[in-house]
Design a protein around this ligand. Structure first.
Ligand code: NAD
Length: 319
């Protein structure tokens, strides 16, 4: 059988996805420019006989880089908000040109493509929870527009390729996933809070802490993507956990876990100015995933955070 391609394979979700593909005996080619990803995340599979890594930027054509593949998981794009303000043009280009190159290549190979989309396509939602039928409430001209609109244009491009080229597309709208392995410098809320608590520094919350999110553990998320790829589900599907928590309660939960594990005092929580366009409340409607994919998240937030804190403590002890 032809190999499976994973773009963004050295990233958090990509590297975990590759592991479950290798466990299922797929041959896997990972492409990554190492823009945010790292070879460390795939170090323990580098020598796997069914695995190949190619350093390549998806915004450049694939010609001569890679031969036919059967399926493509297109994950190459940074997901941490810290890049949205630093590199917005680059992010738009990755979403547009990167996705176009992947889809052009998929047409050549007649490969099925799964696009890693995001809950950010719903923007700052006005309906709750967000079902796939909701069109979203996105600011096209603001600090998060490069990512939110970039991912929307990627979905639109996938639709256009299906229409014009009959390309076989799956779309997973991923809601906040956290991963043991996210470094303190990642910029997303879970690693931010864990590294603050371990380092005995104040946790900083942008806003009043009442914003609510639903966090899913990486293993659940990549299994959802894998299941979606195998399915016949042609419309976008939310891949997320529907257990909601406020950011203030998340801070407290992480404080509790870290202080218990390290026998240190909980750290203070500081509230700073809310970031522009940061959505207030986001929760996926996951009945489509449950019904059509027979998938739902299994790892509870406390258990997932315990594993993530354990990883952080081991990582920090080793450096
Ligand atoms: P990540 O930043 O860890 O991984 C992205 C990977 O893409 C990195 O390894 C990076 O080096 C690579 N990359 C970036 N630009 C590239 C380019 N031009 N060419 C080749 N490689 C490139 O992010 P992640 O959390 O693993 O997210 C993976 C995908 O899932 C992204 O498309 C993201 O938008 C989507 N997503 C993630 C989340 C989440 O919570 N993690 C939520 C919604 C959507």
């Amino acid at each position: 059988m032809l190999p499976v391609l994973v773009t963004g394979g050295a990233g958090f979700l990509g590297s975990h996805l590759i592991r479950i593909l290798l466990e299922r005996n797929y041959r896997v080619i990972a492409i990554d420019s190492l823009w945010t990803g790292s070879l460390d995340s795939i170090a323990n599979i580098q020598d796997h006989p069914n695995f190949t890594f190619l350093r390549h930027d998806v915004t450049l054509p694939f010609t001569g880089i890679i031969n036919d593949v059967s399926q493509i998981y297109h994950l190459a794009c940074p997901a941490s908000p810290k890049h949205f303000v630093k590199n917005p043009i680059d992010i738009l280009n990755k979403c547009f040109q990167g996705t176009k190159n992947v889809l052009d290549f998929a047409v050549k190979c007649n490969a099925r493509v799964l696009l890693a989309s995001t809950s950010e396509v719903y923007g700052d939602p006005l309906v709750y929870p967000q079902a796939e039928s909701y069109y979203g409430n996105v600011n096209p001209f603001g600090p998060r527009s490069c990512y939110d609109e970039g991912k929307r244009v990627a979905e639109a491009m996938a639709y256009a390729f299906r229409l014009e080229n009959n390309l076989d597309i799956r779309i997973g709208r991923i809601f906040n996933a956290y991963v043991p392995g996210m470094l303190p410098s990642d910029g997303r809320v879970v690693p931010n809070f864990i590294s603050a608590a371990i380092g005995q520094k104040d946790m900083q919350i942008a806003g009043d802490g009442n914003a609510r999110r639903c966090f899913q553990y990486v293993g659940d998320c990549v299994l959802g993507l894998y299941t979606l790829m195998q399915s016949s589900c042609l419309s976008p599907v939310n891949i997320g956990c529907d257990d909601e928590i406020s950011i203030a309660n998340l801070a407290q939960l992480i404080n509790d876990i870290v202080s218990r594990k390290t026998a240190s005092a909980p750290v203070d929580v500081l509230f700073t100015e809310k970031s522009d366009d940061d959505p207030f409340r986001r929760r996926p409607e996951i009945s489509m995933a449950k019904e059509k994919l027979q998938w739902q998240p299994r790892v509870g937030l406390r258990d997932g955070l315990e594993m993530t804190v354990n990883w952080f403590l081991a990582f920090l002890a080793a450096i």
